[in-house]
Design a protein around this ligand. Structure first.
Ligand code: IPM
Ligand code: MG
Length: 360
C-alpha cells in the first residue's frame, strides 16, 4: 500500500462547528492509522470566529490556506452574535466567498433513510417503509445567491432586490455532474425548476435536455419546484438524482434532510474542476446547543468520508467510515436528535465519536 500525506484545511467556524469538526478529525486520524495514511490538519478562521479575531468573515489567509490544501473540512458558520451585521460582513458571506474562491460549483447532498432510523422519519409509515436514497446535486456558485443585488428607491420608497442569473455554461457543467452521478446510480435525473415563471428556469430546462442527449441510459424528467416540495413528502422513493439551482437546492435539501430523521445526519461535498473539495454537514451552527457537547457529529464524520471518496479516491477508507456509522445506528446508539421512540440514552458528541471509532 502506498502511504500518502494529505493536507486538510480545517474551518471549524462557529457554534457547534468546532465540536463536530474535532470529532471528524479524530475519525480521520483513526482511519489514517488503520490504513497507513497521514492526514495533516491546518486550522483557519472563518465566519463569526474570524470577525471576532480579524474583523472580517473570510480573511485572505483562510482563502490562501484552503487553496494551498488538498481539501477542506468545514463545520458551520453564523450565530446570533453576528446577526445584526450588514450583508457583506455577515459570517454567511464567508461561506459564499470560499465556495466561489475555490470554484466549487457542485454541491452533492445525499439524503438516505437509514433502516435503523425509520422510526425518526416524520412521514407516515406506509410512505417511509419504501425507504429512499436521493442524491441532490445543487448548483453552488451561481443563481440568485451571486446575482446583482442592492437597495434603491422605487415607487413605494425604499426597496431591495436580488437577481437570478444563469449562463448556459453554468447549467451545462452542473447538468453533466448530475448525469455522471446518475450513471453510477439508478440512471434517473429529476431536474427541478420554476419554468412556468422564471426565464432562468426555461434556459435551465432547455440546456439540460440538450446535455441529456450525450448520456445514454440516463433519463431526465422536469419537475416544478413547488410540486417537488410536495413530492418529497408524498413519495420520496421516486427520486434518484435531483439537480437544481442554488436556492432551490438549499431549500429542498433541508426538506429532504428532515425526512432522514435529523438534519444532524446529512453530509455534503462541494466540488469544482479539480480534486480539492470542501466538505461540511448541511446543518448550521446550532447556537442553542453549542458548547454543550451534545451535537450529533455524524453529518461531519460522513462529510469526512465523502472527502476520502471524492477528493482522495480512498474508497475503502470511505466505506469503512460509512460502515462504522451504519453499525453504531444498528447497535441502537443515538445522539439526542435521533432518539425518536428508541428509548436509547442519548450519547454525547464525544461518546458517539468514540463509538464510531471503535467500529472502524
Ligand atoms: C447551506 C446554508 C448556506 C446556504 C447559508 C448558511 C449561506 O444554508 O449550506 O445550505 O444557503 O448555502
Ligand atoms: Mg441551507
Amino acid at each position: 500500500m502506498i502511504s500518502m500525506t494529505y493536507n486538510i484545511a480545517l474551518l471549524r467556524g462557529d457554534g457547534i462547528g468546532p465540536e463536530i469538526v474535532d470529532s471528524a478529525v479524530r475519525v480521520l486520524e483513526a482511519v489514517g492509522e488503520k490504513f497507513g495514511h497521514e492526514f495533516k490538519f491546518t486550522p483557519y478562521l472563518i465566519g463569526g470566529a474570524a470577525i471576532d479575531e480579524c474583523g472580517e468573515p473570510l480573511p485572505k489567509e483562510t482563502v490562501d490556506g484552503c487553496l494551498a490544501s488538498d481539501s477542506v473540512l468545514l463545520g458551520a458558520v453564523g450565530g446570533p452574535k453576528w446577526d445584526n451585521l450588514s450583508g457583506e460582513k455577515r459570517p454567511e458571506k464567508a461561506l459564499l466567498g470560499i465556495r466561489a474562491a475555490l470554484g466549487l460549483f457542485t454541491n452533492l447532498r445525499p439524503a438516505k433513510l437509514y433502516p435503523a432510523l425509520k422510526g425518526d422519519c416524520p412521514l407516515r409509515e406506509d410512505i417511509a417503509s419504501g425507504g429512499f436514497d436521493i442524491m441532490i446535486v445543487r448548483e453552488l456558485t451561481g443563481g440568485i445567491y451571486f446575482g446583482d443585488r442592492g437597495y434603491r428607491t422605487g415607487k413605494y420608497g425604499e426597496e431591495a432586490y436580488d437577481t437570478e442569473c444563469y449562463s448556459r455554461f453554468e447549467i451545462e457543467r452542473i447538468s453533466r455532474v448530475a448525469f455522471e452521478t446518475a450513471k453510477k446510480r439508478r440512471g434517473k435525473v429529476t431536474s427541478i425548476d420554476k419554468a412556468n415563471v422564471l426565464e432562468t428556469s426555461r434556459l435551465w430546462r432547455k440546456t439540460i435536455h440538450e446535455i441529456e442527449k450525450e448520456y445514454e441510459g440516463v433519463t431526465c424528467t422536469d419537475m416544478l419546484v413547488d410540486n417537488a416540495a410536495m413530492q418529497l413528502v408524498r413519495n420520496p422513493s421516486q427520486f434518484d438524482v435531483i439537480v437544481t439551482s442554488n436556492m432551490f437546492g438549499d431549500i429542498l435539501s433541508d426538506e429532504a434532510s428532515q425526512l432522514t430523521g435529523s438534519i444532524g445526519m446529512l453530509p455534503s461535498a462541494s466540488l469544482g474542476d479539480n480534486t480539492r473539495g470542501m466538505y461540511e454537514p448541511i446543518h448550521g451552527s446550532a447556537p442553542d446547543i453549542a458548547g454543550k457537547g451534545i451535537a450529533n457529529p455524524i453529518a461531519t464524520i460522513l462529510s469526512a468520508a465523502m472527502m476520502l471518496r471524492y477528493s482522495f479516491s480512498l474508497m475503502d477508507e470511505a466505506d469503512c467510515i460509512e460502515a462504522a456509522v451504519d453499525k453504531v445506528l444498528n447497535d441502537g446508539l443515538r445522539t439526542a436528535d435521533i432518539i425518536g421512540d428508541s428509548g436509547a440514552t442519548p450519547l454525547s458528541t464525544t461518546e458517539m465519536t468514540d463509538a464510531i471509532i471503535a467500529r472502524l
